[in-house]
Design a protein around this ligand. Structure first.
Ligand code: ZN
Ligand code: ZN
Length: 335
């Protein structure tokens, strides 16, 4: 197609606030009147498969460079659309495969998303002048929309499949024009019409902390000064999901908070849990963070956890966290 090989593309949308790379790429394709696969084949060639991986997480350098030079968006603007931009904020080291700290897994298998890694707010999708998917919707502790004060969805409410907007284009025959980002790729349901479930917290203070974290995440103001808290919260969530019969931190905290436990699938990391379970778990984690030393001391005295567990498999533990738990290394705290 004429125009696509020239220095700048005819359509040069810039990424919208907090927009995810894949969402931007699909909007660019549709802006040119092309299906996403056709567009990508034209500009990147058939050999360079873009969609057989989690491109938001593993976007190669050449793709980012190409997008920057063809749309006129700055390299930084393009980089900010990737999940790599969370390095140093949500996680320390990137990983090519397996789970990545705080990033929801797509569980890609033959280009199919088998996980529920891309969440969405129906209110945002319905009110966007140009609907798009947010980068912050890929983050595991994000369970709410602060704008619409509602829960996110992690799957199509009609058929139960995870959102995978780029696949809508692929399932249709070549002659059918591009399909809206809003359509469920599996059943065609308009995701912006999903029911709005208002946010519900069993603990207001924990809920407030979730609200602050998510608001900062969505406005891209979480930064490198937050990583230590993020690492500790992630470690605590792992302890709550521990399969060891000696670690009963989750049960203990639910009891202390006066809230019913829900069944946790301890085979999953927090990044693989469904949204209701994550929302529950994150409230417990946030409640613990509000007075970490006191609540951990209570947990140890109640034999819900031991000093060794607090330290085990936590290589990047911040100094202040080690300072707190060192106080529990005393023999009097050992069960
Ligand atoms: Zn919203
Ligand atoms: Zn569906």
């Amino acid at each position: 197609m004429r125009g696509l090989t020239e220095s700048l593309w005819p359509i040069r949308y810039k990424p919208l606030p907090d927009e995810l790379l894949s969402s931007w790429l699909v909007r660019l394709a549709h802006g040119h009147g092309l299906k996403v696969q056709t567009f990508c084949n034209l500009i990147f060639g058939n050999k360079l498969q873009v969609w057989n991986r989690d491109i938001d997480r593993l976007a190669p350098e050449w793709l980012l460079a190409e997008l920057s030079s063809k749309t006129g968006a700055s390299r930084q603007q393009v980089f900010e659309t990737t999940l790599q931009s969370y390095q140093g904020v949500l996680y320390h080291r990137p990983r090519q495969s397996g789970s990545l700290t705080w990033i929801q897994s797509l569980k890609l298998h033959h280009r199919k998303f088998e996980g529920f890694g891309l969440q969405f707010c129906p209110g945002c999708l319905a009110s966007d002048p140009e609907p798009y998917f947010r980068k912050s919707w890929r983050v595991a502790f994000n369970t709410i929309c602060p704008t619409h004060r509602c829960m996110l969805h992690d799957r199509c409410p009609h058929c139960g499949h995870g959102a995978a907007f780029h696949r809508s284009d692929m399932k249709h025959a070549e002659y059918i024009t591009a399909v809206s980002l809003l359509e469920c790729h599996y059943c065609g349901f308009d995701l912006s019409q999903s029911p709005l479930r208002s946010t519900n917290y069993f603990d207001n203070e924990a809920g407030e902390l979730i609200g602050v974290l998510v608001t900062r995440l969505a406005s891209s103001t979480l930064n490198r000064s937050d990583i230590e808290n993020m690492m500790v919260m992630h470690h605590l969530s792992k302890l709550m999901l521990s399969r060891s019969p000696k670690v009963r931190l989750y049960s203990h905290l639910c009891f202390a908070m006066g809230v019913d436990e829900i069944a946790l699938n301890t085979k999953d990391d927090v990044e693989g849990l469904n949204i209701n379970t994550r929302h529950h778990l994150m409230q417990v984690v946030c409640w613990l963070m509000l007075d970490l030393e006191r609540e951990l001391r209570n947990a140890i005295q109640n034999k819900a956890i031991r000093y060794n567990h607090l330290k085990k498999d936590f290589d990047d533990a911040p100094k202040w966290y080690l300072g707190i738990i060192r106080k529990f290394s005393d023999w009097r705290f050992q069960g």
